[in-house]
Design a protein around this ligand. Structure first.
Ligand SMILES: NC(=O)c1ccc[n+]([C@@H]2O[C@H](COP(=O)([O-])OP(=O)(O)OC[C@H]3O[C@@H](n4cnc5c(N)ncnc54)[C@H](O)[C@@H]3O)[C@@H](O)[C@H]2O)c1
Length: 295
């Protein structure tokens, strides 16, 4: 229930005339509230591609977009997990398709994106979540050239490939939103992941800003999230394997004093993908309980 405070009682200012109110409302077209008791669905009839959409955070993002009226295309390399995600989406009444696609493969990405546009008739949103440290070693001495290539290729080139393929479709739709995935490891340092991951996630921030500048005139917003540690299945294992000292470094360094729920990363992603962030582009949103605070 919205509580309206009458400023006139506090400051003694005069009430605006109806004409002034009409002008104010014209300047604030989005400041309307849904009827009491109803939450506005932010993605009704919009089409979102979610890369890594069958993974821990990606799947939750797909389900949350679907729950708010969106149609979803799941891009991932894990066929079984794609099928499960699409089945979950369909069970919840969401129109969804899955594409077995490796984001490193420029041609495959371009074809899959075109297929989504043909199937749904439009594309409005790209969530580029495919990535991670991909089971590569953390410590410098253990990192092989192939490990570095894998982490850079999936995180950086994969994000680039998807953004490049999607932008023409967003332009055709009259604009849209791209959300990229950095990490606290790319904003600061993380004891969990190594140098290649830090380099890749920092590169994604440069990619995000430069892309935002280039596509902004077309009504496309590009923003990054930089999550702290969210214990998706894979990371729970990594967390459990860490030394007590490393685990304490993570936990003691979180001012909010607790590990997060997955939805606490999903909600900021949805905010950046939705019209609620309509004047935000080229930004990075730290989602880490305060473990890293930007100046
Ligand atoms: N979970 C965290 O704590 C955390 C923290 C910071 C950043 N992130 C970032 O968030 C994103 C999602 O992380 P997550 O924890 O959900 O990871 P996850 O491993 O659970 O999911 C990643 C998904 O990406 C898919 N994938 C991997 N390589 C791919 C490729 N080449 N092409 C297409 N799909 C591919 C995997 O099959 C998987 O389904 C990643 O970019 C990760 O770096 C996660």
């Amino acid at each position: 229930m919205l509580r309206i405070i009458d400023c006139r009682q506090i400051s003694g200012i005069n009430s605006p005339t109806q004409a002034q109110l009409n002008n104010l409302q014209k300047d604030m077209p989005m400041a309307t509230n849904p009827p009491a008791g109803q939450v506005a669905a932010r993605f009704t009839d919009q089409v979102a591609i979610v890369t890594g959409g069958a993974g821990g955070l990606g799947r939750q993002i797909c389900l949350s977009i679907g729950a708010e009226g969106g149609k979803v295309a799941v891009f991932d390399t894990n066929a079984e997990a794609i099928d499960q995600t699409v089945a979950l989406l369909n069970a919840g009444g969401t129109e969804a398709v899955g594409h077995l696609v490796d984001v490193r493969d420029h041609g495959a990405v371009t074809s899959a994106v075109a297929a989504v546009a043909t199937y749904f008739g439009r594309i409005d949103i790209l969530i580029a979540a495919a990535g991670g440290s991909l089971a590569t070693p953390r410590d410098l001495a253990d990192i092989a050239p192939a490990d570095l290539d894998l982490v850079i290729d999936v995180n950086v080139k994969g994000t680039f490939n998807c953004a490049q393929a999607v932008v023409p479709h967003l332009l055709r739709a009259g604009g849209g939103a791209i959300v990229t995935f950095s990490s606290i490891g790319g904003r600061s340092t993380s004891p969990v992941t190594g140098v290649p991951y830090a380099a890749a996630k920092a590169a994604i921030l440069g990619l995000t800003r430069r892309l935002a500048r280039e596509v902004g005139p077309g009504g496309i917003r590009v923003n990054a999230v930089a999550p702290g540690l969210f214990l998706t299945g894979r990371l729970q294992g990594m967390f459990d394997d860490m030394t007590e000292a490393d685990r304490s470094e993570v936990l003691d360094g979180i001012p909010l004093g607790r590990m997060p729920q997955l939805q606490e990363c999903v909600d900021p992603v949805l905010f950046l993908a939705s019209g609620q962030s309509s004047y935000i582009t080229g930004a990075v949103l730290d989602v880490n309980g305060g473990r890293f605070m930007a100046g």
